[in-house]
Design a protein around this ligand. Structure first.
Ligand SMILES: [Zn+2]
Length: 338
């Protein structure tokens, strides 16, 4: 086994975007993992099971370490010190967190057997499911309430975890700044497009279950509406009353606020990779503060947003105005004030 391994940076759809990292210690505490199978030899060929295995191992280790460094970190998973990770649990077009384990699968869209997608090789999906486990450790009372907004926030937290964890890779931050050079960070980019490879497969099965260019794009204009009366599913340019669709309202506000934070931090200067890493750490802490401070009720989005707005001032005097503007514009926050 070499000292370093090469793995995907963010998503297999970003062909060629690989990063070389130290061999991860998945069992390290806090927030340890037990991988099933226990270990495979390494292989730098991205088409191999060995490559996928080590991408999963390196990605969840990096993601857990990122969340473990937050302002109010969980010291264990909801049900113990160690979380099981099934890198390829069988045939399905899905990935899952069930309270005890993270499970990833391989599957093909109906009618397209030649296309095989491994959910466990996408850092976006790995960090999405890991985000579920982190939030469940921080606020176990959010789970299984039978409320659309709490379920949707859980899904948004997964996508926000994917975005923030990708920003921990300096080479990816540099590539992203080149990609968005001359444009606005608040734009459709490889960062905002969560799980592009998996989204393409899902879209072949049902165009209503994925955005047009990825699974869910954090760059969106979805505004909050009372979910009562919304249809249960609909085309991707509409919001529907199911957790994945409705999550895009919160994730969109988050990504818009993240862009606002970057403007506050860099002013008229060009953004640097370290600026992206700074705002990602601060947004992580604001999110955790918001989740900790939220009360579970029917207007849950507003409760989290108010707690994030209040917490944001701890990190920069210019942040509360950013969050106020975004949450107002998205119709998320005023409901609490009325
Ligand atoms: Zn999820």
């Amino acid at each position: 086994m070499p000292d370093t391994i090469t793995v995907w940076e963010k998503d297999p759809a970003l062909a060629g975007r690989l990063t070389t990292v130290p061999v991860p210690d998945v069992a390290k505490l806090p927030l340890g993992f037990r991988f099933i199978p226990a270990a495979l030899p390494h292989n730098d060929d991205p088409t191999t099971a060995e490559f996928r295995y080590w991408t999963a191992a390196a990605t969840v280790r990096r993601a857990a370490d990122f969340w473990a460094a937050c302002s109010q970190p969980p010291d264990r998973w909801r049900h113990g010190q160690v979380l099981d990770v099934y890198v390829d649990r069988g045939k399905a077009l899905q990935s899952a967190y069930d309270g005890q384990s993270l499970s990833f699968y391989h599957g093909s869209p109906a009618g397209h057997p030649a296309i095989v997608v491994y959910s466990g090789e996408s850092p976006d999906l790995l960090c999405h499911e890991l985000g579920h486990a982190i939030l469940d450790a921080i606020r176990p009372d959010f789970t299984n309430r039978g409320l659309l907004e709490t379920d949707a926030f859980i899904e948004a937290f997964g996508d926000m975890s994917a975005i923030l964890c990708a920003m921990q890779i300096p080479s990816y931050c540099s590539a992203l700044l080149e990609e968005t050079a001359g444009g606005n960070f608040w734009s459709s980019s490889s960062l905002s497009r969560v799980a592009a490879q998996f989204g393409a497969a899902v879209r072949m099965e049902d165009p209503n279950d994925a955005d047009v260019d990825c699974l869910r794009n954090a760059w969106n204009e979805h505004l909050y509406v009372d979910p009562v009366g919304l249809d249960g599913s609909g085309p991707p340019d509409t919001i529907a009353a199911n957790p994945h669709s409705f999550s895009r309202v919160f994730t969109g506000a988050f990504f818009e606020a993240l862009a606002g934070m970057l403007s506050v931090v860099v002013g008229n200067n060009e953004a640097r990779p370290e600026d992206l890493q700074q705002i990602s750490r601060e947004m992580r802490d604001i999110l955790v503060d918001g989740a900790k401070g939220a009360s579970v009720d029917a207007r849950f989005y507003a409760s989290v947003a108010a707690a994030m707005l209040e917490a944001s001032g701890k990190y920069h005097g210019g942040y509360p105005a950013v969050f106020q503007t975004v949450f107002d514009r998205r119709n998320i926050l005023p409901a609490l004030i009325v």
